[in-house]
Design a protein around this ligand. Structure first.
Ligand code: G6P
Length: 607
């Protein structure tokens, strides 16, 4: 699972490929590499670890050439080391790949039997040898592509370069995305428009099964039936501007602080505070007749779906099922005729979510997506696209995309509740007015972070942390635990507060941190009992609540953070902030890589 790029132009392609790779690092940063052709010979530079290491190598030993391919890797098959770094070569052939070749073992055996020597543990190496095998038989680039595609199973986006064709790049996609960029005397191939945007805004997206032969001023595209086809060239809206950290130390810090602003933008796309009217897109179905909504997502986006279930069931009385994308697809779930499926994804590229979408389409569900990247594959394959206007989210851990997802989902729940006659105008208006005030309330929480830092100083010493929440705030407890483990590498578990007594309570011992996400709401008294149970066993409770909740406690947790009072339906959005801050500051205390934690990637494009 990786980011790939290729370029053919009049001048040296290396600076452009590097720029593209910088913008693809969100797909993985285990290693990076570039191959170019110089006087008909493959030249390759690779480095283990982040792109910066490759850049350093290139400074010491520069690379030229006006045709080249590049790769940034998230290891699936084979350790994240130099030998497994792409591009992989076989004689004159050089290949970069995003995806997984599922039949690589069989191909490996066949190729070894034909005399090829395997150098790496990757699934990709077989592609390089396979291309060489057909090239040695005298096949043309077109014939080679047709032949290898017949033999490859699994998911792939490929860019291939053969030294004997210094004016040609070959590309193919199946399940993994790939775009072609049309420049001035130059052509580009890349995993997405983001990678190509600094070079060109004229982008054409390959469809599933497509393959292409690309020269300096043309691209010949063929579909899965090997018929030449035209794919429209769009002007991408993705900005080519460099995204910087501004005054912040990390992208995550910047993105946490952007939340009041981007929540304001996002809300204004769905709600007009002056008229009090919702501005939801036209639907191809009637929400009053909808039998069931299935929400599918991965990671943090899945937790947004969990919160949405409470809103949609509670307000709109709509049966909702929420599923993890990688589970849904193979679960053979029962989806009613006329039902709808909502896919939540910041990137719009998570492969599990995309595959679940395709399955839902096969079983005739209406397809709605909620994405942050509006030109993403998931958006392009949906009937209705709801957009979060969070702007580019660079830090691997999602923050502003999550809270803007929640804003859209609550707006949708209010809109459907009203349409389905379960919410009158007055109550809808109260919720939406309170939601409009959220940016100001969030800014208050973000204003002073001294105590969060002090608490993080203590948490950084913990080995295990438990997060508890109830009702709407249960998913926020899950999100808090996820954030802490991915950023600080401290083991953390999120639990429904009432479930603590059924297992996690056995873990409690003197000094163990327990974070309680507990605004004062209809469930507060019950959560307060769970808090007592934790305190009685010596836990160091970190309580996130409001004035009313804190007043009602007769216990003294180790840390009490008083949050501003908000409508209980809006609390999960506001309480996302403290769990982000706790994880962020704890990671800083531990000195981990906040924006690019080990082993993770921003967008996971393998199943
Ligand atoms: C990865 C990221 C998470 C993200 C998840 C789902 O695991 O590290 O931050 O929540 O993918 O990504 P998506 O783009 O589909 O929301």
């Amino acid at each position: 699972m990786c980011g790939i790029i290729g370029m053919i132009g009049a001048n040296s392609v290396v600076p452009y490929i590097l720029e593209g790779l910088r913008r693809l690092e969100y797909r993985g940063y285990d290693s990076a590499g570039i191959s170019t052709l110089v006087k008909g010979v493959v030249n390759r530079r690779r480095a283990e670890g982040k792109l910066a290491k490759l850049e350093k190598k290139l400074k010491d030993k520069p690379l030229t050439g006006n045709i080249g391919i590049g790769h940034t890797r998230w290891a699936t098959h084979g350790a994240p080391n130099l030998i497994n770094a792409h591009p992989h070569v076989s004689g004159p052939v050089s290949v970069v790949h995003n995806g997984i070749i599922e039949n690589h073992k069989k191909l490996r055996t066949d190729l070894v039997a034909s005399g090829f020597v395997m150098e790496t543990d990757t699934d990709t190496e077989v592609v390089a040898h396979l291309v060489k095998y057909y090239h040695d038989q005298g096949l043309s680039p077109e014939e080679i592509m047709r032949s290898i595609i017949e033999r490859l199973n699994g998911a792939y986006a490929l860019v291939i370069m053969i030294a004997d064709y210094p004016g040609t790049l070959m590309a193919a996609r199946k399940s993994s995305p790939l775009a072609i960029g049309y420049g001035n005397e130059a052509m580009f191939i890349g995993s997405d428009a983001l990678a190509l945007a600094p070079m060109t805004r004229r982008i054409s997206y390959l469809e599933d099964g497509d393959w292409a032969i690309v020269g300096q001023d043309y691209s010949n595209i063929y579909n899965a039936e090997n018929k030449q086809v035209e794919r429209p060239i769009n002007l991408t809206e993705v900005s080519g501007a460099l995204i910087g950290k501004g005054k912040y130390r990390h992208f995550m810090d910047k993105e946490i602080h952007e939340q009041p602003e981007v929540i304001g933008y996002t809300l204004s796309a769905f709600y007009d505070p002056n008229s009090g009217r919702m501005k939801m897109p036209e639907l191809p179905f009637d929400p009053t007749l909808l039998p069931k909504l299935t929400i599918i997502a991965a990671g943090t986006s899945y937790y947004a779906g969990m919160v949405a279930k409470y809103w949609l069931e509670g307000l709109a009385r709509l049966p909702v099922e929420v599923d993890i994308a990688s589970e849904f697809r193979y679960r053979n779930s029962v989806l009613p005729k006329g039902g709808a499926a909502l896919f939540i994804s910041q990137s719009g590229e998570s492969l599990d979510t995309l595959m679940a979408l395709r399955h839902a389409r096969e079983v005739e569900q209406h397809i709605i997506s909620l994405v942050n990247v509006s030109e993403s594959t998931i958006a392009r394959e949906s009937d209705i696209v709801l957009k979060t206007l969070a702007g580019p989210e660079i830090s691997v851990a999602s923050t502003k995309a999550f809270t803007t997802q929640l804003v859209v989902l609550l707006s949708l729940a209010v809109d459907w509740a009203h349409k389905r006659n379960f919410l009158n105008k007055k109550v809808s208006a109260t919720i939406m007015t309170e939601l409009s005030r959220l940016p100001i309330t969030m800014a208050e929480v973000l204003a002073d972070q001294g105590r969060w830092k002090a608490c993080a100083h203590e948490l950084a010493l913990a080995k295990d942390v438990i997060y508890l929440g109830r009702g709407l705030n249960f998913p926020i407890a899950l999100e808090g635990a996820l954030k802490l483990k991915e950023l600080s590498y401290i083991h953390a578990e999120g639990y429904a507060a009432g479930e603590m007594k059924h297992g996690p309570i056995a873990l409690l011992e003197e000094g163990m941190p327990v974070v309680m996400v507990a605004p004062y709401d209809e469930w507060f008294e019950k959560t307060a009992s769970n808090l007592k149970e934790a305190l009685a066993r010596g836990a160091r409770v970190i309580l996130l609540s409001d004035k009313e909740g804190i007043k009602r406690l007769d216990d003294e947790p180790a840390w009490v953070f008083e949050m501003p009072k908000v409508h209980p339906l809006i609390a999960p959005i506001l309480y996302s902030l403290p769990v982000q801050l706790i994880a962020y500051h704890t990671a800083n205390e531990k000195g981990t890589d906040v924006d690019q934690p080990r082993n993770l990637a921003k967008s996971v494009t393998v199943e």
